[in-house]
Design a binder for this molecule. Structure first.
Ligand SMILES: *Cc1c(COP(=O)(O)O)cnc(C)c1O
Length: 298
């Protein structure tokens, strides 16, 4: 399996942040692959390797109707020679993300919100006793995902005073924290939750840590909840795209950069400090929200 890809570490000049005298860099994981985007590639990597070594033929996972993870799984399965099945939460719908999944040959099984809660049961119902299928948890969460994401830090050319990364399941953050801990780096890790009521997120991150390590979890940048947004956030994303040529999604990375701006404006970093934002990709999230951007141009 060939996992070579391109994810440069770019310095970005964006006045709302850099006018405070700090330097902003981005780890451009959004450029890894158009569909196996950002952290989803990294989270799948060791799952794909395990599945291949154990001679599995089909990858099975779980997600919502706009899941970046499911889209990544569909494209990765096709690329690396696996069949794929996804259990999608809620009644049957069609949207651009799911249509792309089908284009990559993925089988979609829609399950009620109630049934979806018991993932093992969903899996068993269709695949019990089938030892050629490989179970991947919702959002790709797990030890293998964290293992893939720690490589973000291994690839860096600079050292940073602070790193910022979005979190859904927390596996990406855990991988980064593990790398910082093992390399004894003084870099402060800041995790921006995309969820409202993320009471379990800290526990989910901690469950994947190889040893305890401090990090900060920011819970106040969800803009009303998961995948919720408002005009202020959309305007911020639009300004950033216009001034830097880098797109952010409204679900994760837009909120993360917004948090960075807030953090820097509050003077938490000395002038001259270097910040890294991990661009976790997920730009297909915009597809569900293009209508909202239209309102900006009226
Ligand atoms: C899935 C996703 C995340 C969340 O990653 P976790 O490892 O689940 O915390 C962050 N950013 C983007 C763009 C994503 O698609």
């Amino acid at each position: 399996m060939e996992f070579n890809f391109y994810s440069p570490e770019e310095e970005i000049n964006f006045a709302p942040i850099t006018s405070h005298g700090v330097r902003l860099f981005m780890k451009r994981d959004d450029l890894i692959h158009p569909f196996i985007s950002g952290n989803k590639w990294r989270k799948l990597k060791y799952n794909l390797i395990h599945a291949s070594v154990t001679q599995k033929k089909r990858l099975v996972s779980f997600g919502g109707a706009y899941s970046n993870h499911i889209l990544a799984l569909a494209a990765a399965g096709a690329k690396f020679g696996f069949k794929t099945t996804a259990f999608i939460r809620g009644e049957e719908v069609s949207n651009p993300v799911l249509e792309f999944c089908k284009l990559f040959g993925m089988q979609l099984i829609f399950v009620s919100r109630d049934a979806y809660r018991d993932k093992q049961n969903c899996f068993n119902h269709y695949f019990e006793g089938d030892n050629e299928t490989f179970f991947i948890d919702e959002g790709g969460y797990g030890q293998a995902a964290a293992q893939g994401c720690r490589e973000i830090i291994d690839e860096l050319n600079h050292t940073y005073d602070a790193i910022f990364c979005a979190a859904g399941t927390g596996a990406t953050a855990a991988g980064i924290i593990n790398a910082l801990a093992e390399k004894n780096l003084a870099t402060k890790m800041n995790v921006i939750s995309a969820l409202k009521g993320d009471g379990f997120l800290k526990a989910e991150i901690d469950r994947l840590l190889v040893k305890p390590h401090t990090y900060e979890l920011f819970s106040q940048y969800h803009f009303g909840g998961y995948a919720k947004t408002n005009a202020e956030l959309l305007q911020f994303i639009q300004r950033f795209a216009t001034e830097t040529g880098v797109l952010l999604d409204p679900v994760y990375t837009g909120k993360t950069l917004f948090a960075i701006q807030d953090y820097v404006s509050n003077g938490y970093l000395k002038p001259g400090s270097k910040i890294l934002m991990v661009h976790t990709g997920g730009l297909f999230g915009i597809l569900g929200m293009l209508d909202r951007f239209k309102d900006l141009y009226r």
